[in-house]
Design a protein around this ligand. Structure first.
Ligand SMILES: [Zn+2]
Length: 246
């Protein structure tokens, strides 16, 4: 382990255009539950009912009950962790080019990262599907105490700026992320199992454009075989150790 960490330190010190790609595993240290795998939220809530746009359009109350019971209580309590702050430190040193995230919790921004591409949208903004009026999480939380699904003052159904299953990823974010993968000199995967698109394709793009590829994830990923360094550990822990050491 120590050997891998010093190898990673060396690689970080010779890179000046690092792209960090964060997944659910990166927020896990903040107490945000992951979705996939044993104990993940999808083992408790069938995503085709609780998180799919086609079902949402039919009956949004399932989705909103999931948000009310599982997401908002956690998001309200949770905070960015050492890993998020380590990325802010890399940005201060001028060697972090972009953060690309699959997470919707907004912790990168709360920690202070200024350049974050959110592939799956975010849970901060909620909008009315009829009139586009926007609401904050706090406002919606209040509504949720009274009605399910929460509605706009116009009567329309509210939906967060989060990408549900069956919805396309925001094109602008996708374009920005692809460009970042092409231009970086190190693609640093942090807590993503790299199984869903576009997570599965971004590291390949970076690698094809001569970047080094580092994967830090608790479990092995399908792209470990093309990575320069693989560390099967908590990504936020490893990253904060690497950055602390200077
Ligand atoms: Zn409305």
């Amino acid at each position: 382990m120590d050997e891998l960490i010093s190898k990673l330190k060396k690689l970080v010190s010779t890179s000046d255009k690092i792209v960090a790609f964060t997944g659910a595993g990166f927020s896990a240290e903040s107490g945000i539950s992951t979705f996939r795998g044993a104990g993940g939220l999808w083992s408790k809530y069938d995503p085709s009912i609780y998180a799919d746009i086609n079902y949402f359009v039919k009956d949004p109350s399932y989705y909103w009950s999931f948000i009310r019971d599982e997401r908002y209580p956690v998001l309200k309590k949770a905070k960015p962790n050492d890993g998020h702050y380590a990325l802010v430190e890399l940005e201060k040193r001028g060697i972090l080019y972009r953060v690309i995230t699959q997470n919707i919790d907004g912790f990168h921004q709360i920690a202070g990262s200024s350049d974050v591409i959110e592939l799956h949208g975010n849970s901060r903004n909620v909008f009315c599907m009829e009139c586009d009026k926007t609401y904050t999480m706090e406002e919606v939380n209040k509504k949720l105490e009274e009605e399910l699904p929460p509605r706009c003052s116009c009567g329309g159904i509210l939906k967060p700026d989060t990408v549900l299953f069956g919805e396309p990823l925001p094109q602008y974010a996708l374009d920005m992320a692809t460009l970042a993968a092409k231009k970086c000199d190190m693609f640093l995967v942090l807590g993503s199992s790299l199984v869903v698109y576009p997570a599965a394709s971004m590291p390949r793009i970076a690698k094809k454009n001569d970047a080094s590829l580092v994967i830090i994830n608790i479990d092995p990923t399908p792209l470990d075989n093309i990575a320069d360094i693989v560390i099967n550990e908590s990504a936020s822990k490893v990253l904060s150790t690497v950055v602390e050491g200077g």
